[in-house]
Design a protein around this ligand. Structure first.
Ligand SMILES: CSC[C@H]1O[C@H](OP(=O)(O)O)[C@H](O)[C@@H]1O
Length: 355
């Protein structure tokens, strides 16, 4: 299915996104001009998925810097505004490392250009080029993950996915769905089981939507059905995305992922994490140090229902992510290759860091 998850509208000086809170009913592109509009879009999951969040933040800080440069032509006052806007955007969601990764990369470009004696106007041009490169790089990286993931599959395989790590979480191909889309291009016929993924239903609303729209054979299941489809032998591999991979391979991903990994282990189904190296965080040693975003209880008790589905005032625990222990992960598929245990070594090699 061809659409732009996130793009740049140079003419209006805004970030263009597909509002994913309206899917699957309505595919609506919206423009984000102010820092608050960008922050809100990330927090409310209008744009979501680690890579897509990173690209949206890169485009966001660029359009804000372009507007700042119209007022602040000396570097110190320009950069003071830049840093404030960067910190603000970075506060939108804590778990997906790509948000801070992209903003730090844009900050580095800004400071490097200044060190080379560039004017504020030239710095802004350089920021625009870097933001576009971050998007193009994401497309290349996801396709490479697809090629590496496809090497682990054969035509006719059953695949289970959790949440959405598809085109809608990236700029094209997705990460966990990249092998599926590449396989489709080459005549493989996969049978995909998409977990609906409560409470925000990214699997039902987004993964089932994009795969079905692309002609992929997809069956939607409730999260509590993944054990049955694996026990029945219908799943040859599980493919999931990630929001942050710690140095030892522990992986933060949408809530419920660790349940799927545990069940996959029980039934001997390979469990693969598809991870752009930008999502691997070697500065976080293990999963217990990953900050897990807590979200409003109403997402559990009220969203999607005509009436609240629980007693008024009930306590609700609503972590957006959980951490899958590295022992449950068969391999971590990156754009540079397939990392296997010991992950502390293989992931560092993937990040081109000698250990
Ligand atoms: C390609 S990574 C996508 C990753 O992000 C999702 O979280 P959210 O929808 O809250 O942004 C989910 O964890 C996916 O696996």
């Amino acid at each position: 299915m061809e659409y732009e998850t996130v793009d740049l509208d140079e003419e209006s000086g805004s970030v263009l996104i597909l509002d994913q809170t309206k899917l699957p009913g309505k595919a609506e592109m919206i423009k984000l001009r102010t820092a608050k509009e960008i922050w809100d879009a990330i927090y409310l999951l209008k744009v979501r998925g680690a890579p897509a969040i990173g690209v949206a933040a890169a485009f966001g800080i660029y359009v804000l810097a372009r507007r700042t440069a119209q007022k602040e032509t000396d570097f110190d006052s320009f950069y003071n505004s830049f840093k404030k806007q960067k910190e603000y955007l970075d506060s939108a969601r804590p778990t997906a490392v790509n948000l801070s990764w992209a903003l730090n990369r844009m900050d580095q470009v800004c400071r490097q250009a200044h060190a080379e004696g560039k004017s504020v106007a030239q710095i802004v041009d350089r920021l625009g080029r870097e933001a576009r490169e971050i998007k193009e790089e994401d497309i290349r990286v996801c396709r490479a993950i697809g090629e590496n993931g496809l090497s682990l599959l054969k035509p006719g395989d059953g695949i289970l996915t959790h949440c959405n790590a598809g085109q809608l979480a990236t700029c094209r191909y997705g990460t966990a769905t990249a092998p599926i889309y590449l396989g489709q291009e080459r005549g493989y016929h996969f049978h995909v089981f998409a977990d609906e993924t409560r409470p925000l239903l990214q699997g039902a609303r987004l993964t089932a939507y994009e795969l079905y729209s692309s002609g992929v054979d997809v069956t939607l299941i409730c999260d509590n059905m993944s054990a049955m489809v694996m026990k029945n032998g219908w799943v040859n591999a599980v493919f999931v995305g990630c929001d942050r991979v710690a140095a030892n391979g522990d992986t933060a991903n949408k809530i419920g992922t660790s349940v799927v990994a545990t069940v996959a282990k029980r039934y001997g189904v390979p469990f693969y994490v598809c991870a752009p190296t930008s999502t691997i965080d070697l500065d976080t040693p293990a999963g217990n140090e990953i900050k897990i975003e807590q979200r409003p209880g109403r997402e559990v008790t009220e969203m999607w229902y005509k009436e609240p589905m629980a007693p008024q005032g009930i306590k609700v625990f609503n972590p957006a992510f959980d951490v899958t222990d590295h022992e449950l992960i068969t391999a971590i598929i990156t754009e540079h290759g397939i990392a296997r245990a010991p992950f502390w070594k293989s992931l560092a090699e993937m990040k081109n860091v000698t250990v």
